[in-house]
Design a protein around this ligand. Structure first.
Ligand code: SF4
Length: 368
């Protein structure tokens, strides 16, 4: 099979011109609020939110975030728990922390304005090549292709290229091949939108791409050969590690016990319900809680849950445990902590919804 390398490919100038015309000719029906006013701050926040979540879900988060934190300075000064609450449900909480750290640097070094220079953007916490290019093109009109997985999939199909799109070198090769075909000004962002929209609505990742409606079909080698679904070629995924944990919904009157996870590692610094390694029986849970100094009034099973992280899968067993009194000082510490032992915090049920951000991995056990 003839393989068209991206570098030196002749298809990109005509492809980019066609997609730009397509983007300009069709009304934008995707209702993405960050496109209405693509300021550097809006582009940045939306792109970080969009990294693992669908645009339809991000829309509400984005509007809520901007209402609470309308500027870089507001983000730099936000309280950590308030930030986690705004991020709750989006996952990957380290991204929210990086947003705040980057905002602090922007205030300190760039007078509160996101820099125009791509190298300066790349120096900020949590900003990689894709996000830097998105900000540079959408907000500053620079000719930078914002190459993400969707973009790579479209390019791999159009050129019938079996390149491994998970590799950073593939991304850089595509950026280099496209660079001279990119316009400046508003068109730079519009062309990136065209590639994004094509990947999201026509050249679909799962299932059959909608080639009969595709503006790039005339250029598409995979379509010409009828091999659209052979691309992109994916390297075998590494199997996730499976772990079992037992989660304890410890209550006393109207209060529930939560604690903070270690400052490093999985779900670092987030609130959680006390939990233990392994799948513990009712008898084992009872013995453990009493050994921590509590009087157990009742133990009832909760529906089991499964939570999948990128590299780990948790099989979760839950127990609702009612105790006679709240211990002071609290005794239960996670066995996997690497920093100072945590304390239990006894919070009102309403506060769980309004104030504290419990990540989805533990949220299965939050009382309704
Ligand atoms: S013709 Fe089909 S496979 Fe090729 S880019 Fe368009 S939708 Fe994707």
């Amino acid at each position: 099979m003839k393989i068209l390398p991206w570098e030196g490919s002749t298809v990109f100038p005509a492809l980019c011109a066609t997609l730009l015309a397509w983007r300009k000719s069709a009304p934008d029906t995707r209702d993405l609020p960050w496109r209405d006013e693509p300021t550097p701050y809006h582009v940045w926040i939306s792109e970080i939110m969009l990294q693992q979540t669908r645009a339809a879900v991000v829309r509400g988060y984005f509007l809520r975030f901007l209402e609470a934190l309308p500027s870089v300075r507001d983000l730099a000064n936000v309280d950590d728990d308030a930030l986690m609450k705004l991020w709750q449900g989006l996952g990957y909480y380290s991204r929210a922390r990086n947003l705040k750290r980057a905002a602090e640097v922007i205030v300190e070094k760039h007078d509160g304005q996101l820099p125009k220079d791509v190298d300066a953007l790349l120096a900020l916490p949590g900003i990689g090549r894709y996000t830097a290019s998105a900000i540079a093109s959408f907000a500053y009109g620079q000719p930078r292709p914002a190459v993400d997985g969707n973009f790579l999939r479209v390019a791999a199909r159009i050129t019938a290229n079996p390149i491994d799109i998970a590799k950073d070198t593939s991304k850089r090769a595509l950026e280099a091949a496209l660079a001279s075909s990119y316009p400046t000004g508003r068109d730079a962002g519009l062309l990136n939108e065209a590639f994004m929209d094509l990947g999201a609505t026509v050249c679909l990742p799962n299932g059959v791409p909608l080639c009969h409606t595709c503006p790039a079909a005339q250029f598409c080698l995979a379509h010409d050969r009828g091999t659209e679904q052979d691309y992109p070629v994916k390297a075998a995924l590494k199997a996730r590690r499976k772990e079992r944990r037992t989660v304890l919904l410890l209550s006393c009157g109207n209060r529930i016990a939560i604690r903070k996870r270690p400052a490093r590692g999985l779900l670092a610094g987030l609130w959680e319900y006390p939990n233990l390694e392994g799948k513990l029986s009712k008898r084992a849970v009872h013995a453990h809680i009493e050994s921590e100094g509590f009087d157990v009034c009742d133990i009832a099973p909760l529906p089991p849950a499964r939570h999948i992280f990128s590299h780990i899968e948790w099989e979760l067993t839950g127990w609702a445990v009612t105790v006679a009194a709240m211990n002071e000082p609290p005794l239960m510490a996670a066995e996997d902590r690497t920093d100072a032992p945590s304390s239990l915090l006894w919070v009102r049920r309403a506060e769980l919804a309004d104030t504290y951000s419990i990540p989805a991995a533990f949220g299965y056990f939050t009382p309704q």
